[in-house]
Write a protein that binds this ligand. Sequence first.
Ligand SMILES: [Zn+2]
Length: 260
Amino acid sequence: MGFWPKGYKSCFFLSFDYDASSAETWKTPDDLSSLSKGRYAPRVAIPRILDLLDRLEIKTTFFTPGWTCDNHPDSLADILSHGHEVAAHSYAHEKMTELSAEKEAEVWEKSMAALERVGVKPQGYRAPYWMFGERSINHMKRLGFKYSSNMMDEDMPYMLEHKGKPTGLVELPVEWLLDDWPHFEMDRMGPEEVYKLWKPEWEGLHGLGRCFGLTCHPECIGRVSRIKMLERLVSEAKEGGDVWFPMGKELSDWTRKKLK
Ligand SMILES: [Zn+2]
């Protein structure tokens, strides 16, 4: 008996980090061009991604900074009306482990309030830049979160412990290899090259019956040539019909049920 529900052989956890221009508001507040880059997401990429997910019949999770909710509420409504999950991703893409305790607490309050304004009580949290510390674990417990998606020590979901003690949180692990941003936006690789990075990792994990967690950013992956590559990767993974494509909250609930 494998780990996954309904006899699925493996799991493909596709998720999006809907940063929009949140980080640029404090990194480059006077640079209009830099600020505009994130707007490609609500204007172009999100509709394109929602259309793709509809065609593929997949529901996914959008980890979304509070700033994005406050500045693009219609886009959030669109994502939610398509049946996708919205989860937490700070307020303005802060580097949480570099903030004071007071400042981090403030960011959590602002993030939760902004999500609430679009009708979301988040179950999951992914830290900006995956800068994730003990204080965040404590805030997550206090605020009733169910899962984290921050650790890089596994390719299966698991129950997260800290200092040898259970946190009560499920962990959905991640890795920079399976993140679109460094390959496309930093290393300037082409879609075919990135496909060649991701495809063998997918095939290998599928063969082992494990979990492939792919993190994408709308303003990055939403470019036509790149989203075509994503469509190819996901369509090929779907072909055999033996792969589970859950939202984060489904993957978290299932893991808790299996491992508790
Ligand atoms: Zn982000």
